[in-house]
Design a protein around this ligand. Sequence first.
Ligand code: UT7
Length: 327
Amino acid sequence: MTAVFSRITGTGHFLPPRRVTNAELTEILARDGIETSDEWIRSRSGISARHYAEASVGSSDLALIAAQRAITAAGLEPNDIDLLIVATSTPDMVFPSTACILQRKLGITNGSAALDVQAVCTGFVYALSVADNALRSGQARRALVIGAEVFSRILDFKDRGTCVLFGDGAGALVLEASDQAGILSTKLHADGRHTEILCVPGNVNGGVVSGSAFLHMDGQAVFKLAVQVLEKVANEALAAAAVPASAIDWLIPHQANIRIMQATCKKLGLPIERMIVTVDQHGNTSAASIPMALDVGVRDGRIKPGELVMLEGVGGGFTWGAALLRM
Ligand code: UT7
């Protein structure tokens, strides 16, 4: 039978071992005279801890372990993959892509396409949509889709409004062409008029970094936009699949702030227990947050085959998007 859909056949994630609690981070910042507290971080964001990669570890290294776990879960070998997409805003190099570096680390030598997608915290939903379209059109049959980040590298530890929020990690899934409907709909959006509210404005120029290479965020502006667009795009993805919100078994929003996530869950009329939450333990890992949360839910047995899952991303660009899928 002709494959007209794509479906997830394996998931995986990896967190670097160094776990930094709010208490430890408060002590680190205090050495530079920066005041924060476990109480402030938890009450404003829902974050209790995050993980930081060692200096020698890049996004491709975190992605490698997440990818190996997803490929094993799918019962495949690396060379079965014929499309590799990495969503990241913290690539190993300016070029080549982190996807090409990862392809080499995985030992994939079949000449299949590899590319990075840059849509910041919406990156994974964008990457999933690109892979879904490639599989449905017959361009590829087995895609590896990854979100991998080392955001600790771009944090200004003198800016308490941002440095307490982000962490490192990687999440992966294998998407295969199928005659069964897995990805039911994806919706992607961007509005470049809001570039300044969340950005790392520096670039490489004449052999040096020109401008700031640290993350800058207008937290309140991002918060307000995020709450608006997440409800809207979820409803667009539901309408495209002709499914009511009440049918969603699991909501997996981008894990940036528990208050934004709870507001989205409430607006969709879903009980809070139907949302997968990892922001408390992972912090905001940008493009990695959604696939990591998905794998956590799959591996702890909450997300079961046949269940309906809504993924939602929002972040720098400004970008936002949603994917509705059946496991
Ligand atoms: O991943 C992409 C998506 N990103 C997001 O969704 C992030 C969206 N924004 C947010 O999550 C929230 O806006 C934050 C968590 C970043 C901030 O929460 P807020 O409730 O908007 O706080 P605020 O920025 O209005 O700051 C309130 C106060 C300020 O002090 P004053 O001016 O009221 O005296 C800040 O200086 O909290 C102060 N503050 C802190 N205090 C202790 C800011 N950061 C800290 C800190 N510790 N780490």
